[in-house]
Design a protein around this ligand. Structure first.
Ligand code: NAD
Length: 315
């Protein structure tokens, strides 16, 4: 990676990834783009361009003008929102991806886009879900993610495009709020712990899902992109995870820091149905073996850091 174009850069992942990439590769080497503008520091700390990823010509012109050699494509509609707006999700998630792949093919860029645990479905083995297994998701987001994985593999095999991807679990972070995913509760619960000492979960007790802290997600993207291509048997997309938790486990970890924290439930059937179709815990062995994936934060370490960072910000 030398000159990197990031789409959807103002989102939960992009807003932190761009900062980290600029630290490593230099501010002028990371071109942040998004559909919207904001006062976020990444719009000032290096190149920033307005870009709607459904406009392939516009994406091509920006990528060519900056002579990028890497595309990190993050713009997408997330699981819960995609279920509310399936047509928009298809057009954005598939149309944007196709444009980003085509721009990368024509300009010969290395390519990264995240998949998700949403790429699995109700017939996938739920525990220790293998890297290679049944993928028959029943959500629009899941359909998009499986199709995206296949499309990225297709571009690798047909055109030799260096496509790489990660199946992210729910990502927990304190910088930018999540953008409409099923695991957003696992971020909200920390904000609520600091501001009110209690949280009402829309995800049911005993619903175990994989999660990962944002610093581990950023490292995973960079380490995968920097990995020697010859070592990769898989490409799109690697299972990665740091923990499998339910709301009670997170609440218990919070109580170790804030003993009076109260958790209750008001389950949202729509988001619960999505959660029920996902794995309980995924197997990240392929990522560990092929490019050395390792998460630094477990639930306890992540909870301590989240609460201290949120307290510093005096919510
Ligand atoms: P987000 O919703 O926080 O951010 C998405 C960004 O895309 C937003 O800044 C939005 O303005 C932008 N965007 C929307 N429509 C656009 C368009 N037409 N053109 C350009 N930009 C547009 O998402 P995120 O959490 O940062 O996720 C990024 C990627 O990671 C997505 O592919 C998502 O599916 C995947 N992922 C995220 C998680 C997670 O927990 N955050 C988990 C698994 C996979």
């Amino acid at each position: 990676m030398n000159k990197i174009l990031v789409t959807g850069a103002l989102g939960q992942i992009g807003s932190e990834l761009v900062v980290k990439l600029r630290e490593i590769y230099g501010a002028d080497h990371v071109i942040a783009t998004d559909l919207r503008s904001s006062a976020h520091e990444i719009t000032r700390s290096g190149p920033f361009e307005l870009l709607d990823v459904t406009n392939g010509q516009s994406m091509f012109e920006i990528a060519k003008r900056y002579e990028v050699d890497t595309v990190i494509h993050l713009a997408a509609l997330l699981s819960a929102t995609a279920e509310e707006k399936p047509l928009l999700a298809w057009n954005l998630n598939m149309g944007g991806l196709m444009n980003a792949l085509e721009v990368s093919r024509v300009l010969g860029c290395q390519f990264f886009t995240p998949s998700s645990i949403g790429a699995f479905g109700p017939s996938t083995p739920k525990d220790n879900t293998p890297q290679d297994t049944i993928q028959r998701p029943n959500t629009m987001y899941g359909v998009n993610k499986v199709s995206g994985e296949l499309l990225c593999d297709y571009y690798f095999h047909k055109y030799g495009l260096d496509t790489r991807g990660l199946r992210f679990p729910g990502l927990i972070s304190y910088m930018t709020p999540p953008g409409g995913g099923t695991t957003d509760y696992a971020v909200e619960i920390y904000y609520a712990a600091i501001t009110s000492g209690r949280y009402t979960s829309y995800i049911a007790k005993d619903s175990n899902m994989d999660m990962m802290y944002m610093p581990d997600a950023l490292d995973a993207i960079i380490n995968l992109m920097e990995a020697d291509s010859c070592r990769l048997t898989h490409r799109n997309s690697f299972n990665v995870t740091a923990m499998s938790v339910d709301p009670e486990a997170i609440a218990a970890a919070i109580r170790e820091e804030l003993p009076g924290f109260i958790l209750d439930y008001d389950v949202d059937p729509k988001r619960q149905a999505i959660a029920d179709s996902w794995p309980h815990s995924i197997d990240a062995t392929a990522a560990k073996t092929e490019w050395g994936f390792q998460a630094r934060y477990d639930l306890k370490a992540m909870t301590k850091d989240m609460l201290s960072k949120l307290s510093e910000r005096q919510l």
